[in-house]
Design a protein around this ligand. Structure first.
Ligand SMILES: O=P(O)(O)O[C@H]1O[C@H](CO)[C@@H](O)[C@H]1O
Ligand SMILES: O=c1cc[nH]c(=O)[nH]1
Length: 289
């Protein structure tokens, strides 16, 4: 079995993984990810018991249980670059033997469920609504550094979106599906959509403050008119496609859920984002109990 070098699998002095600062026994099989480190305690306040509280940089983790269901909640910070760290290190915690530094013979699949915030590209998807992502479309370049192979449905979606975009925008992108099983269970009762994962919040999502983006709000909103079958492109955020792509390659189940804080076509923002995020947290936890 190949030993992974000290420069590739980096462990801290206490045997924890480099950035997340977690040891294998610190995480549960189901992991809720949130962008904002401050959101971690807002999730774990509903746990019946919290057995682990650890943090390093933007990565805060609480692990415990609700009833018999073991859960971890972990903050990722913002963006696909952080997702590369989080998903690879979570996978290492369950699928690499830290003593031998070799992949374990038996694979462990995690459930990874994002509770995030997002902007809607559709006028009929108002602020404070919940979206579960059937697919993520990555407008970042993170997966181009891996040998990522799209499945049939993903390749069809890509072809149809390229045809739709023809002469409108030359956006490079990749397509990744989420877990169908989690979409139908945890995502039950939410809008189901296709989520655009941007590499930034302003220009990459067509926002203009003092700098003019290459594709402005109006052009970005055209993406909200695209359907794959009955599923529309719904929203913008900054993690979903990278989570879906990495989890697929590593053999984990992933679902991204987001509350809509901004409605781009209407130019509106949620009047009480904290309350809306709180409602999504409760909704998702009820589905997991
Ligand atoms: O609220 P979180 O989970 O951080 O998600 C969204 O909010 C951040 C931008 O404000 C990005 O991370 C985006 O994906
Ligand atoms: O518009 C939005 C709102 C939250 N997060 C994003 O990435 N975009």
């Amino acid at each position: 079995m190949q030993r992974i070098s000290n420069a590739e699998l980096i462990l801290n002095a206490d045997g924890s993984i480099y950035h997340l600062n977690l040891r294998p026994e610190d995480i549960a099989p189901t992991i809720i990810t949130v962008g904002n480190p401050g959101r971690v305690a807002r999730v774990s306040q509903y746990f019946d018991e919290v057995r682990v509280k650890k943090e390093k940089r933007e990565f805060v983790c609480h692990t415990g249980r609700i009833g018999q269901t073991e859960l971890s909640v972990l903050s990722t910070g913002i963006g696909p670059d952080n997702i590369d760290i989080v998903i690879n290190e979570l996978d290492a915690l369950v699928n690499i033997d830290f003593e031998t530094r070799a992949p374990k013979a038996e694979h462990t699949a995690l459930n990874i469920i994002r509770i995030g915030t997002s902007g809607s590209l559709r006028a009929d998807l108002p602020v404070d609504s919940f979206v579960a992502s059937a697919y993520g479309i990555g407008l970042d370049n993170m997966l181009s550094f891996y040998q990522y192979q799209q499945n049939l449905a993903e390749a069809e979606l890509e072809d149809e979106l390229r045809a739709f975009l023809k002469e409108k925008m030359d956006l490079p992108f990749y397509v990744c599906a989420g877990s169908k099983a989690l979409l139908e269970t945890v995502g039950q009762g939410m809008h189901h959509g296709i989520t655009l994962t941007a590499a930034g919040f302003y220009g990459p999502q067509g926002r203009q403050l003092r700098l003019q983006p290459r594709f402005n709000t109006e052009r970005m909103e055209q993406l909200g008119h695209f359907y794959f079958g009955k599923t529309p492109i719904t929203n913008f955020e900054m993690e979903t496609a990278a989570i879906y792509g990495l989890c697929r390659m590593l053999g984990h189940q992933a679902l991204s859920t987001n509350v809509i804080l901004a409605n781009r076509p209407a130019g509106q923002f949620s009047p009480d984002p904290k309350k809306s995020v709180g409602k999504l947290i409760k909704f998702v936890l009820q589905q997991l109990e």
